[in-house]
Design a protein. Structure first.
Length: 165
């Protein structure tokens, strides 16, 4: 992993197959996610499979959860639209930043750009459901998020700022 990045422990389900995934908390209060393209991510042409890129785009939605706060859950994915801009080659580090473009009472709209170095390789737009189910916050995944990012616990951007600004 590049300097400053930390391992995001997603050791369950599909995340175990895809991973490892890293994260970086930026100075401007964003969460970037990243992965190193490995053999398990490749298609028959020897470049990153579109399905692996799509899975990473979905994981990058976690950046929206970070910005939104950990008081409510942004899941499941309702829509994910992806533009594949450049091939991702084995060994390349891919990082993604997700911005919230709009919030309604029940949905979070996002824009993600993934890059290799400074070159955009993927762009996606997502719509995620906002749930008030407190029981989901007890899930090991969200408990792990609360451990990693205690400053985000109790924040509920959706309550104070419905337009995402």
């Amino acid at each position: 992993m590049p300097p400053g990045w930390k391992f995001l422990d997603l050791d369950f389900g599909f995340a175990r197959t895809f991973g490892p995934v890293g994260f970086l908390e930026t100075a401007d209060q964003h969460l970037e996610l990243g992965f190193r393209c490995g053999e398990r991510h490749l298609n028959p042409l020897g470049i990153c499979h579109g399905g692996a890129t799509a899975a990473f785009a979905d994981y990058a939605g976690l950046g929206a959860q970070y910005a939104f706060g950990l008081s409510r859950v942004i899941t499941p994915t309702i829509t994910l639209s992806i533009d594949f801009l450049q091939a991702i080659h084995p060994g390349q580090w891919v990082s993604a930043r997700t911005d919230i473009t709009n919030l309604t009472g029940k949905m979070c709209f996002t824009q993600t750009v993934a890059r290799v170095d400074d070159t955009p390789v993927m762009s996606s737009r997502g719509i995620f459901k906002i749930l008030s189910r407190i029981d989901l916050l007890e899930h090991p995944f969200y408990q792990r998020c609360a451990e990693l990012w205690p400053s985000r616990v109790g924040i509920d951007r959706g309550q104070s700022d419905r337009r995402g600004r």
